[in-house]
Design a binder for this molecule. Structure first.
Ligand code: NAP
Length: 484
């Protein structure tokens, strides 16, 4: 299969925080890979902006190093890195100061798409947005890209939205949730709305329950003190898991267009019931051989922040009334995997008798690793000995089904940055979506704080606390194994 790369229009992309971790690990290597693929035009320009005193040559060296370290395995022709670096420059700018802004303006062209990536702490978003306007860098067609976390609760998200809205229209604001840039996430929409097979069964009548798991093997590492103020609920559930839940539960939008899709996602969040405190389990990973536990990593021996959450929730609308959604995410778990599992109901009557056991169709959509889908179907176990039934997966791993090129898809950041240049907001969160997600999350966190709840310890390398298994067991259900 030959991938089709459609070049984007000429653009100027300014990366505020161009010397930071995110820029070096994701944004710059991602841009380089898009350059290698031919998607980025020769006239594109990338300008790093931060306080550090550096000239273009110094910055290019830093970018080259970042690409060598984090560039990924894709092959590029000799000389491509130099050609890419020729498109890269740097201007020293302090988000809170007055110096450098006029220089930066002088670098920008009137006839190119203009995008400003805010890869800095959210506390600087307002200062940058204000100066982009006051120094005349922003045009009505300019775009700004803002990173997570988008607020720490509803009040801070509202304040951040209000700050940005003072300087930019909503159609200019691209709030990144990199989960939405993953290939399988978009494929989820293709599967649901491009096939006749699934959508008629996609409701409470046929679906027993849905599980969403985002499991990591890493701990909080060097981000411990930052993470300790956040926790899994804010860091993962409020944004990534909530977005996946929306895409799985939403009604078909009339068109695959930004506001049509985002309107439907918003309706899902607004239809979420408050979560019963008995339906949430929080956990904290323990020390393992040779490594500390969460509290050591967070440098907070009394921390009550969770590195694991499992919960059951309900989307109260006609489609989903009565179907539970189980969400689970955590660090230091058995394997790194992100998966959405749709478990269909039992057939209404088994003609094979009780001894044939319980068999259910299960659609598992894997976001990582090995992006793809499996559909468990029940068949007769081959061979003599009567009618024994067995569940067999129809395997739709993309790399197997579509050839190795299908596995070589742009990573989420690459895709999303190109969407910014194209002016396509479909895979970005709208301000009201973010606020609605916080409005659902806030009371859960407030409840923990009010009740003084302490997370349950769990073994590193396990599936999380025992209580998380019980959450489903009590309902006569079972989590799918966490496996790579
Ligand atoms: P970082 O490594 O601390 O980098 C911060 C950047 O901001 C540096 O380039 C720094 O350069 C610049 N900066 C700081 N103060 C500035 C000022 N007053 N004016 C201009 N530039 C200033 O942070 P990061 O990890 O890259 O994260 C950036 C943003 O992305 C944060 O909002 C973070 O939450 C978000 N994010 C990061 C990741 C990740 O994997 N790192 C993932 C998701 C979201 P100077 O010191 O030279 O000014």
């Amino acid at each position: 299969m030959v991938s089709r790369v459609i070049p984007v229009d000429p653009f100027d992309l300014v990366i505020f925080g161009g010397t930071g971790d995110l820029a070096r690990r994701k944004i710059l290597p991602g841009l380089f890979r898009r350059y290698c693929s031919g998607q980025m035009p020769e006239t594109a320009q990338i300008v790093g902006a931060a306080r550090s005193d550096m000239d273009d040559a110094g910055y290019r060296e830093m970018v080259a190093e970042a690409i060598r370290e984090f560039g990924g395995g894709r092959a590029c022709e000799d000389g491509t890195l130099d050609a890419f670096l020729a498109r890269v420059g740097y201007v020293a700018v302090d988000a809170k100061g007055e110096g450098g802004w006029a220089d930066l303006k002088g670098r920008l062209r009137d006839d190119a798409v203009r995008a400003f990536y805010f890869s800095v702490a959210p506390s600087l978003f307002g200062d940058i947005a204000e100066r982009l306007q006051s120094f005349g860098l922003a045009t009505p067609a300019s775009r700004i890209v803002v990173e997570k976390p988008f607020g720490n609760d509803l009040a801070t998200a509202q304040a951040l939205n209000a700050t940005l809205a003072r300087h930019f229209d909503e159609h200019q604001i691209y709030r990144i949730d990199h989960y939405l840039g993953k290939e399988t996430v978009q494929n989820l929409m293709a599967v649901r709305f491009g096939n006749m097979l699934f959508e008629p069964l996609w409701n409470a009548q046929y679906v027993d329950h849905i599980q969403i798991t985002v499991a990591e093997t890493v701990g909080v590492g060097g981000r411990g003190s930052y993470y300790d103020k956040s926790g899994a609920m804010r860091d993962m559930v409020q944004n990534h898991l909530m977005q996946l839940l929306c895409l799985i539960a939403m009604e078909p939008p009339a068109r695959f267009e930004p506001d049509a899709v985002r309107d439907e996602k918003l309706k899902v969040i607004r239809a979420l019931d408050p979560v019963d405190p008995h339906h949430i389990v929080r956990g904290q990973y323990e020390a393992s051989a040779g490594d500390g536990g969460y509290r050591e990593h967070a440098e907070n021996p009394r921390s009550t922040t969770e590195s694991f959450v499992a919960l059951k929730c309900h989307v109260s609308n006609w489609r989903w009334a009565g179907t539970p959604f189980y969400l689970r995410t955590g660090k230091r778990l058995r394997a790194r995997t992100s998966e959405i599992v749709v478990v269909f109901k039992d057939a209404p009557h088994s003609i094979f008798g009780a001894e044939s056991g319980r068999h259910r169709n299960v659609l598992a959509i894997r976001l990582q690793p090995n992006e793809g889908m499996t559909l468990d179907v029940t068949i007769k176990e081959p061979g003599p000995g009567g009618m024994r039934l067995v569940d067999v997966p129809l395997d739709m791993t993309f790399a197997k089904a579509l050839g190795p090129e299908a596995a070589d898809v742009p990573d989420a950041y690459e895709r999303l940055i190109m969407d910014v240049i194209r002016g396509n907001q479909t895979l970005f969160m709208r301000g009201d979506e973010v606020e609605a997600a916080w409005a659902w999350t806030d009371p859960i966190i407030a409840g923990w704080q009010k009740r003084g709840e302490v997370p349950k310890p769990y073994e590193s390398g396990s599936s999380g606390p025992e209580d998380a298994l019980m959450l489903m067991h009590r309902d006569g259900r079972k989590w799918r194994d966490i496996r790579a």
